[in-house]
Design a protein around this ligand. Structure first.
Ligand code: SAM
Length: 276
């Protein structure tokens, strides 16, 4: 255990809610990204999945890259200055607050994740950042998330904000996804944005195979068609280019849609605005 973690967690390490013998989504994703905040069970799952799914590690990085482009767009072009990043994951390079506050130093960012390790690491690196907070909660409980004291402290729900379900939508099972995403959409003020990326199903076997591996090892994992992903934006207005493979969402350089790699065909992204 690092000194940083011990200090943030208090004397009992690991806290009873953490079990390092089983993989978690956040830690396995960190392992895919080549991060250090993971354990043997997480690395074993990441390696197993990467062997079975061509381009999986690339797709994790593709997802990080679109997160950066999306947040930059929201902060710089849409003028959004408050962000609620749901299923934020373990801190990595170019986190939401770094991108948003790089554009607008006063931007406020709240991170939420079900994995308590995210809060432990987040609190350690955010201690000096008064405009950023992190707490542990289940995204499937929107009211608890939105009414959490840390969300209330930093975010004004009566003003436009960006709500992010990046790399997260596919962990919401079919029986809850409509109600959960619908509740978030309803609670947002007009002028707000919803930013989502998801494992997609365009008929390629690797997509459903990844969903199956994820479900079997991490309980949730659902590949959705582009139409299903678009449906979760409700009546929000999709900004250009709509719901597309993440590599095609406002890329920084030219990308040939006819020559996407296997990893570039695992996820799709979209951002939409609540107009009324
Ligand atoms: N948003 C980051 C990104 O796109 O790089 C991290 C994505 S990671 C694939 C998914 C994250 O969602 C994990 O950190 C996981 O713990 C979190 N997560 C999954 N289900 C959740 C839930 N019901 N409530 C809160 N967080 C959840």
């Amino acid at each position: 255990m690092s000194d940083e973690r011990a200090a943030a967690a208090g004397s009992a390490w690991p806290p009873p809610s953490m079990d390092f013998s089983r993989p978690t989504i956040a830690r396995a994703y960190d392992a895919l990204l080549g991060g250090k905040d993971n354990y043997a069970a997480d690395r074993a799952l990441a390696e197993y999945a990467a062997q079975h799914i061509p381009g999986l590690k690339d797709s994790a990085w593709e997802n990080r890259r679109v997160l950066v482009r999306g947040v930059r767009h929201l902060a710089a072009e849409a003028g959004i200055d408050q962000f609620l990043d749901l299923g934020s994951g373990l801190p990595t390079v170019q986190n939401t607050h770094e991108v948003a506050q790089g554009v607008n130093p006063d931007a406020r960012v709240v991170y939420v994740d079900i994995d308590p390790l995210v809060t432990v690491h987040g609190q350690a690196i955010l201690a000096e950042n008064a405009n950023t907070g992190v707490f542990t909660a289940d995204v499937r409980e929107p009211e608890k998330v939105l009414d959490h004291p840390e969300a209330r402290r930093l975010l004004d729900l009566d003003r436009p904000m960006a709500l992010m379900l990046v790399g997260m939508l596919h962990y919401l099972s079919p029986d809850v996804v409509d109600e959960v995403v619908g509740t978030y959409r309803e609670r947002l003020a007009p002028g707000s944005y919803l930013f989502m990326t998801s494992l997609v199903d365009t008929g390629l076997p690797a997509q459903q195979e990844l969903a199956r591996i994820t479900r079997e090892s991490l309980e949730e994992g659902w590949a959705r068609t582009p139409e299903e992903i678009a449906r979760h934006f409700g009546d929000f207005e999709l900004v250009e280019p709509g719901v597309v493979y993440t590599a095609l969402w406002r890329p920084d350089g030219p990308v040939d849609p006819g020559r996407l790699t296997p990893g570039e065909q695992l996820g799709m992204a979209g951002i939409a605005r609540k107009t009324q």
